[in-house]
Design a protein around this ligand. Structure first.
Ligand SMILES: O=C(O)CCC(=O)C(=O)O
Length: 199
């Protein structure tokens, strides 16, 4: 079921159970080469999510700020974005232009992500695509400027959100994880992939 909330296109149940398992397998392949790490915010506090990435860019932050980087903090370049993930991007966006970053966030039951904009990419004409796997996450959508009314939806395993057009620069975040709501991940928690055109 497709829903549009504040310009965000929410494709409920986009991935079948089999497709979710295929994406999860692909994520496991990435994590085997590029293990999760917990970055510090620029203010020196560790983030509550754990992160890794695939593609020519991954996301990183420390005292020097938030930025895209070409290598995992342990040194090697990020693994390639798995074909199944690129197929999903093509399928949902219809675009030939492919993303250069697949950021992978892992939310344990107590993790969250504050309201933020994705604005470190060169060209905002390209959407950001988000894929949710595992436990439900309460996704909050705001406006292109900080403040104002927000709306929230629970994103479930297999849901895909396209943040394009008016929503491309809108504030968004994750307030809460509903622990135990999915059995996809044996140890629980939520995975979110965001696909980004960076250059
Ligand atoms: O986990 C989510 O649903 C959103 C992730 C997000 O906002 C981001 O990675 O920038």
């Amino acid at each position: 079921m497709k829903l549009r909330v504040k310009g965000f296109d929410i494709h409920g149940g986009y991935l079948s159970a089999d497709a979710q398992r295929d994406v999860l397998e692909a994520v496991r392949g990435v994590v085997a080469q590029a293990p999760f790490f917990r970055p510090d915010t620029p203010y020196g506090k560790p983030m509550s999510v754990r992160m890794t990435a695939a593609g020519s860019y991954g996301w990183f932050s420390d005292k020097s700020g938030y930025r895209y980087v070409a290598a995992h903090p342990s040194g090697p370049p990020w693994p390639a974005i798995p074909p199944v993930v690129l197929d999903l991007w093509r399928d949902v966006t219809g675009l030939a232009r492919l993303p250069e970053c697949c950021l992978i966030n892992y939310y344990a039951a107590d993790a969250r992500m504050g309201l933020h904009q994705d604005r470190d990419e060169a060209d905002m004409q390209w959407p950001v695509v988000s894929v949710s796997l595992g436990d439900d996450g309460l996704f909050r959508m705001g406006n292109v400027t900080r403040g104002g009314k927000t709306e929230s939806v629970w994103l479930k395993s297999g849901d895909v959100v396209v943040m394009g057009g008016d929503a491309r620069l809108a504030y968004h975040g994750v307030d809460r994880i509903r622990a135990g709501s999915s059995r996809l991940l044996p140890k629980g928690g939520r995975l979110n992939l965001t696909l980004r055109v960076v250059e």
